[in-house]
Design a protein around this ligand. Structure first.
Ligand SMILES: Nc1nc2c(ncn2[C@@H]2O[C@H](COP(=O)(O)OP(=O)(O)OP(=O)(O)O)[C@@H](O)[C@H]2O)c(=O)[nH]1
Ligand SMILES: [Mg+2]
Length: 1127
């Protein structure tokens, strides 16, 4: 079986130049795990015959049942290439979109990647994603064009047709890489252009901007996949064969006499073989000749398949085997199953593992070749420049690049990308190990002695008792343990059940230094700032964790493991450049972390998780008494899964947020069986919605033009709807301006809600990081009295902010939005969301949010009193909208008036009739007179209103600062909510895009399922050379549960969709719609009880949240009774 000793692998770990850390990336089901099987079989860990069937890396039960990989796992392999011995740390990753985060964890630890593409399906959505991830992490990819056997047996293509298909797929993959490359060059050029003035940039700078400049300078030759460069393997992982063109070049160099170098360059491409001249000629396509690749390579493969699978021509097969000089065991040759014969021949003729591993070892970089750019990016927290880090931190770059393990001054740097749970019982130290000769003989001695003792005792005691006691002692004898062990056994299993029985192993890589068992290292929290760390005395000495240091802890590496797929091997130490497992970090690390022996090390750049968790469910134990187990289980689950989120909501519910349905299923199974080990009840998925407003629609529900009369009807309805909640302090004007006064009458605010122009919400969501930095900068400015003390943002962040501002300005066009960008006070909710608050108060020039990119700096004094309350009110309003308390999206609140009165007004309790005023006064009217005349209240005013930037009365501020500030928050919140309600409100549904591949005969069924679930087909195209249609559709998340299952059932498993969250979309129907026009009455009836989609969503959310639901009840129950009696 396994023919590589652990000792050998340990020895190889010490030579980083011969280590390759690689991962296998691909779209789901393109054959990653099958490929890994072949590579594992080459090390004798599994048998060749089982390779491709076992899927060794899918060690979880669910993975085997579902047939998809759900987590990334690593295995260390040995490979001997031209007398050089290599250690390949291979990580298999999942391709299903729900587990994309696992790909991120794998990619971070690697230097290279094998990108697998199914030649029939071509480039699929996840292929794009994984190529992008590899690109972002700066790791070098190689390509495996897999499932070539499908072209032969399934599609029945000729070698020439197959050649065209393979070429097309290769072009597709290169197109994706090309677009990644060009976007990077353009980005860098823009950077250069904006940094023209800063002298820090190296190299000559063009004053004239030239688009092509970057492309010429950058070397992209090694970027593309090209068989003649040796970075492409053609394979069938299932049948166990694969080759590079080099293999055939070597073969034909001997046979044809053409030089090997020439063959390698010409085997792939538009060349043909001139048999007379024995030369390779260019222009096969133009001259209608057979390309060399078809003639010398594909036709041979096709012939073999034909002979074995189609014709079952044993003689021909034997001849072919003999001509290649292969030695196939007769047992295999005579096997009834042609697939066995085929894989037996192919694995000798074109061994897949050899082709792939030689490509890996010759084309992919070793840890020594880690690129400078990657190191700087890893060490640099987001939006910081490497040069701005402390000198000690910058010096770490050298350690990274050198990847040294020895030396007292070499710092240890380790990155943990995730943690995974394993059974404590399965840990190597808890497993029985084979006994050594000495131990065996010792045990024999002991057994003999015990046996003699027992015989002696038997003789002395009565016969009966001796007989009854002997069976109980027998097992003790067999296992070689004494009687004590037998006594202990039941007890130990009991504690095993009570025990957590799960422990965490960190999936990590050593970037510098050597880690040792029992070593103490610092754990850098994500917010740790190395600036504080460098001031520590004796940074390498690792004393007790310094007190008062935030985000820095100390941990002990209890155990080190070599990851061998399903197994672990104990290691004493691991040198730089290796992937390893670390035990005993669960107390210190949540999901990912940076460990180091020096406090100067910054936390690494956070993992770039491609998917956002979106599907949420509430869970509770079936037996309420088991709450504690559930809480513990959820905590463990959170630690074990890089993408899951675990929350406790205000309502006390325990909520699990996952990336998709499959992920959810897996998390729930894990919770039930591994972490909580209790029965749990799961709620229906909680689907996120957003609330928004739109421009007034021009047509009604029956597509009739809306007249002014209709408009009035809507307004009246709105008025009636909100009347119950209005108090005397609220006034509404015809154009949607809402004025609200605080209960204490100190402040009055007027707010108008406007829908944001198209594209703005998306831009705001995309720029969350920038907005956070802007807000952070402004809040430090706001708080500090001394403006000069604030820290400046780095230059590239400032550039990004400038671009962001410019983009916003471009989108805010028209008179309505004049100066809007400079009037922004805040983004919300949570100060970084897709809604805006504008300050349009006359006479109050609020310090701009753009202060970081402007030269003007304003300190706390320049803000008006209670400015914070206004912003907080806006934040609260946007966090939960009035339709069903879901967050708002795409709403702009414009604060148009804000008045602070001098003295508190006295209010007579008896008078206070709620009244809504519609369209009677222009918005510019004097606030004070409105209030008086409209509400008809007697109010005693002293001092009158103090508008604009004038400051309020000192006395009031000192007396009522606390309560007024609070009141203003809720007043502002109400004002925003009412302003929102004055506009046509809509729900926004989260949308998935799904790609479905289906054959023509099941296309109709796919469409039927899509339309029943409110899905919309975006595009549909037929894949060239096959009868497969590729459909892209968008589908509301709310309708997606069970969708994949339904599609699979209806199409008998022929189509399976991948759902990826794409965007938010406005649900066109009005949730509050009631018929108003004659046509609508005619069409929908007086009660209009046919529920709109939006209303359905709103009701579901409100019901879930325990809010007021206007449900239709049976009005005339007796009628039904009569009806029943008649029957
Ligand atoms: N015909 C053919 N089928 C293959 C080949 N390689 C893999 N398969 C099949 O494709 C299916 C998926 O293979 P896996 O290896 O599990 O794919 P994967 O990429 O690991 O899938 P995920 O991990 O779920 O993303 C299995 O049924 C394999 O038998 C191949 O070369 N030819
Ligand atoms: Mg897999």
């Amino acid at each position: 079986m396994r023919h590589i000793e652990l000792e050998k692998l340990r020895e190889l770990q010490r030579n980083p130049s011969n280590i390759r850390n690689i991962c296998i990336l691909a779209h789901v089901d393109h054959g990653k795990t099958t490929l890994a099987d072949s590579l594992i079989a080459s090390n004798g860990i599994i048998s060749n015959r089982l390779a491709g069937k076992l899927r060794y890396m899918d060690s979880l039960k669910e993975e085997q049942i579902r047939g998809i990989t759900m987590k990334s796992s690593s295995i260390s392999l040995f490979f001997n290439m031209d007398e050089r011995e290599f250690l390949v740390n291979l990580i298999d990753s999942p391709g299903h979109v729900d587990f994309s985060s696992e790909v991120s964890t794998a990619v971070r630890l690697c230097d290279g990647a094998l990108v697998v593409v199914d030649v029939v399906e071509g480039v699929c959505p996840q292929t794009h994603v994984v190529l992008r991830q590899a690109w972002l992490e700066h790791i070098r990819p190689c390509l495996v064009l897999n499932k070539i056997d499908r072209l032969i047996t399934e599609l029945k293509l000729t070698p020439s047709e197959a050649h065209v298909q393979i070429q097309k797929v290769l072009e597709q993959v290169n197109a994706v890489t090309g677009s990644l490359f060009s976007s990077k060059v353009l980005e860098e050029n823009t950077d250069k252009e904006s940094n023209c003035k800063s002298s820090e940039r190296e190299g000559p700078l063009n004053t004239l901007y030239d688009w092509s400049a970057g492309f010429e300078e950058m070397d992209d030759s090694s970027l593309y996949f090209s068989p003649d460069q040796g970075n492409v393997v053609f394979a069938s992982a299932l049948d166990g064969w694969g080759f590079c063109v080099e293999h055939f070049a070597r073969l034909y160099a001997q046979k044809t006499g053409v030089k090997m170098e020439v063959l390698r360059k010409t085997l792939w491409g538009d060349f043909y073989l001139d048999p007379k001249a024995k030369k390779m000629m260019k222009g096969a396509q133009a001259k209608g000749k057979k390309p060399v690749f078809v003639q010398l390579v594909l036709e041979n493969v096709w012939a073999l398949y034909d002979a074995i699978i189609n014709r079952r021509d044993k003689d021909k097969v034997e001849k072919m085997v003999a001509s290649q000089g292969l030695k196939i065991p007769t047992r295999d040759m005579k096997h009834a199953d042609p697939k066995v014969v085929l894989s037996s021949i192919c694995s000798q003729w074109l061994p897949l593992a050899h082709a792939v591993l030689s490509m890996v070892c010759s084309k992919l970089p070793s840890p020594l070749e880690i690129n400078v750019e990657r190191v700087e990016r890893l060490l640099c927290p987001h939006l910081r420049r490497f040069e701005s880090l402390p000198i000690e931190t910058q010096a770490l770059k050298e350690s990274f690049l050198a990847c040294r393990s020895e030396g007292s001054d070499v710092p240890v740097i380790v990155f943990v990308s995730k943690q995974f749970a394993v059974d404590v019982k399965s840990l190597p130290q808890n497993q029985p190990r084979p006994l050594t000769q000495d131990e065996l003989s010792q045990r024999k001695e002991q057994a003999k002695r015990r046996h003699a003792d027992r015989l002696a005792r038997k003789r002395s005691t009565s016969k009966d008792r001796a007989e009854s006691s002997s069976p109980a002692r027998e097992p003790g004898l067999l296992t070689g343990h004494g009687e004590d062990v037998n006594m202990e056994q039941p007890g130990s299993t009991d504690t095993g059940d009570e025990d957590p029985a799960q422990c965490f192993i960190a999936f990590a890589r050593v970037y510098s230094g050597t880690v040792k068992r029992g070593q103490r290292l610092y754990v850098m929290g994500p917010k740790y700032n190395p600036v504080n760390g460098v001031q520590l005395p004796e940074s390498y000495a690792l004393p007790e964790c310094p007190t008062g240091m935030n985000h820095l802890r100390l941990c002990v590496l209890d155990d080190l493991f070599l990851l061998m797929g399903r197994e672990l091997e104990v290691l004493e130490e691991v040198p730089a450049g290796n992937v390893l497992g670390i035990g005993g970090l669960e107390e210190h690390v949540l999901k990912s972390a940076t460990l180091s022996s020096t406090a100067a090390c910054p936390p690494f750049l956070p993992l770039n998780l491609e998917v956002l968790p979106i599907v949420r469910v509430a869970v509770e134990p079936t037996h309420p008494s088991q709450m504690a187990q559930l809480v513990r289980g959820m905590r463990l689950l959170n630690q074990a899964d890089s993408c899951v989120e675990v929350l406790i909501q205000e309502s006390g519910e325990h909520v699990l947020v996952t990336a998709g349905e499959v992920h959810l299923q897996r998390c729930l199974d894990d919770l039930r069986q591994r972490f909580a080990k209790i029965e749990i009840d799961v709620s229906a998925p909680i689907i996120p919605f957003r609330e928004t407003i739109i421009r007034r629609p021009k047509v009604d529900m029956v597509n009739e033009d809306m007249g002014s009369q209709n408009l009035f009807a809507i307004q009246r309805r709105r008025g009636a709807k909100t009347e119950g909640r209005l108090s005397e302090d609220i006034r509404v004007e015809g154009d949607g301006l809402v004025t609200v006064t605080t209960p204490g009458k100190e402040c009055t605010v007027s707010v108008r809600a406007l829908p944001l122009p198209e594209g703005v919400p998306h831009l705001l969501e995309e720029s969350v990081e920038l907005i956070r930095s802007i807000e952070q900068f402004n809040s430090t400015l706001h708080e500090s009295q001394d403006v000069s003390s604030t820290q400046e943002l780095p230059e590239n962040t400032l550039d990004a902010i400038r671009n962001f501002k410019r983009d916003l300005e471009d989108r805010f066009q028209g008179m309505k939005w004049k100066n809007a960008v400079s009037q922004i006070c805040s983004f919300g909710p949570r100060r970084c969301g897709p809604n805006l608050l504008l300050n349009r108060v006359e006479g109050y020039t609020r310090p701009s949010v753009w202060q970081c990119i402007e030269n003007i700096r304003c300190s706390a004094g320049t803000y008006r009193d209670y400015d914070n309350s206004i912003v907080s009110g806006f934040q609260l309003a946007t966090l939960a909208g009035p339709i069903c308390e879901e967050p708002m999206r795409g709403v702009c609140f414009s604060l148009e008036r804000w008045e602070t009165r001098g003295v508190q007004t006295v209010r007579s309790v008896s008078e206070g009739i709620a009244e809504v005023k519609l369209a009677s006064l222009p918005s510019g009217d004097e606030q004070q007179s409105d209030t008086d005349s409209e509400c008809g209240r007697s109010t005693a005013k002293e001092g009158g209103s103090v508008a604009g930037s004038e400051r309020s009365d000192e006395g009031i501020r000192s007396d009522r600062y606390g309560s007024c500030s609070g009141q203003l928050i809720s007043t502002m919140k109400d004002a925003c909510r009412f302003a929102f309600q004055m506009k046509p409100q809509r729900m926004m549904a989260a949308m998935y895009t799904c790609e479905i591949q289906a054959t023509a005969d099941v296309l109709g069924k796919v469409y039927a399922v899509l339309s029943r679930r409110e899905g919309r087909v975006i595009c549909e195209e037929m894949r060239q050379g096959s009868a497969v249609f590729s459909i892209r559709a968008s589908l509301p998340v709310a309708e997606s549960f069970g969708f994949a299952e339904e599609i699979r059932k209806r199409t008998s498993g022929l189509a399976s969709p991948q759902l990826v969250f794409s965007h938010w979309e406005v649900v066109t129907s009005d949730p509050y719609w009631v018929p108003t026009t004659e046509e609508e009455y005619l069409h929908f009836g007086e009660k209009a009880d046919s529920e709109t989609q939006a209303k359905k969503y709103v009701m579901a959310v409100r019901k879930r949240k325990g809010l007021l639901v206007e449900e239709q009840v049976v009005e005339h129950a007796e009628k039904q009774r009569t009806h029943a009696r008649k029957k």
